[in-house]
Design a protein around this ligand. Structure first.
Ligand code: GLA
Length: 378
């Protein structure tokens, strides 16, 4: 496995003229199974991707924060009294505000963000930014927060300050996952354990090229539908539905939403016991069908890309990943064939008018024909 590092923290010095006092880093994640289950107290199975976000910081002795984001070529100034208007800055602002509410003595800082986590495609660039920011603050101020508390604070920042009523999947993955094993997480108890990938299998992530424009509003709507379904069934959350029969009595669309959540939870638990890549892949295929038909968060381009992946002889299974409505697909492939699958499927998708982009392994696009950079179980 090759880790691709974001630019060195000395970029901070180039902007602000002095080295940083502290830095934090966190990876993006790809969710292998367990989509739209986390805000229903269910099970998820993410793995970290090699790309990371790095946040460097230092008190600046001024009365305003100065935030520079390398990827966006943007600098923003703000105070804790008013959230910045720039979207990416609200994640950093949210973390500062949440840390202050938790008792941290936050003073104005110079902050530099460097990231190679792909943005806006369902690989949790926002959670990587939040967790990296909180880790940097933890180091700077010697804060007593452990990695689970960091994830919880990052989730609070996203809900309160970015306006997405997300679950805790992304932030727990950014804070606790690694790139070699999947992280099985019970989002209710936060119990977790690492699970090996099936033998001779590797992960491939391809962006569909379609931005997730509807994601935030549709996401909050799905969440409300699940809450409505739980209310109608008289349970605290869909995690507590005893069997699938009860779900069939619900009116639409709650019936199909709840059915997705129940079947998806079952798929995560089955996958964890899967010895073989083909069995794991079949669960990913079933997950995509459920997200498309019952949860209705797919779009034609994602369906097309997923079908091309599923039809490839060296792919065990594929599905959309993340919230849906655009963004990326994840596939489990034969580890010796990842780069060939990537090149072949991106080409075939291109012939249908799509503009695919290989995101994981990070170098697959440049090294088509080899699999030396594969994120593999080996
Ligand atoms: C987004 C949210 C997560 C999760 C996924 C869907 O990534 O931030 O909490 O709900 O969508 O599984």
């Amino acid at each position: 496995m090759v880790t691709v590092h974001a630019p060195a923290p000395s970029a901070f010095e180039a902007i602000f003229g002095v080295p940083p006092d502290a830095e934090g880093a966190a990876p993006g994640r790809v969710n292998l199974l367990g989509e739209h289950t986390d805000y229903n107290d269910g099970f998820v199975l993410p793995i970290a991707i090699p790309q990371q976000t790095r946040v460097a910081l230092r008190p600046n002795g001024r009365n305003r924060f100065r935030l520079h984001a390398q990827a966006l070529g943007q600098a923003v100034e703000f105070t804790l009294e008013a959230a910045p208007v720039e979207h990416f800055a609200t994640y950093v602002y949210g973390c500062l505000a949440v840390a202050r509410a938790a008792g941290a003595a936050i003073v104005p800082l110079d902050i530099h963000v460097a990231s190679d986590v792909p943005m806006g495609v369902g690989l949790s660039s926002s959670a990587a930014l939040e967790v990296a920011t909180l880790r940097g603050l933890r180091q700077l101020l010697a804060l007593p927060f452990d990695d689970v508390q960091v994830a919880q604070m990052a989730q609070r920042a996203e809900i309160d300050h970015a306006g997405v009523r997300c679950g805790i999947l992304d932030q727990m993955a950014a804070s606790l996952a690694d790139t070699t094993r999947a992280l099985l997480l019970d989002t209710r108890s936060l119990e977790r354990r690492f699970v090996p990938l099936p033998p001779e299998a590797a992960i491939l992530v391809i962006d569909s090229g379609v931005p997730r424009s509807l994601a935030a509003s549709a996401y909050n709507l799905r969440r409300a539908e699940c809450e409505q379904a739980a209310l109608l069934l008289g349970v605290a959350s869909l995690r507590d539905v005893p069997d699938a029969v009860a779900v069939e009595t619900l009116p639409e669309p709650m019936r199909r939403r709840a059915r997705h959540v129940l079947t998806e939870n079952a798929r995560v638990l089955q996958a964890v016991d899967c010895a073989s890549a083909p069995d794991f892949g079949a669960l990913m295929n079933a997950s995509h069908a459920s997200l498309r038909d019952d949860y209705e968060v797919s779009i034609p381009e994602l369906d097309r890309l997923v079908s091309l992946l599923q039809e490839h002889p060296d792919v065990y299974g594929a599905r959309l990943t993340g919230a849906g409505f655009g963004g990326a697909c994840v596939a489990l492939c034969r580890d010796s064939a990842v780069a060939d699958v990537a090149a072949g499927v991106v080409q075939a998708y291109g012939r249908t008018g799509g503009r695919g982009r290989v995101l994981v392994p990070p170098l697959a696009a440049a090294t088509a024909g080899t699999s030396s950079t594969a994120l593999s179980s080996a």
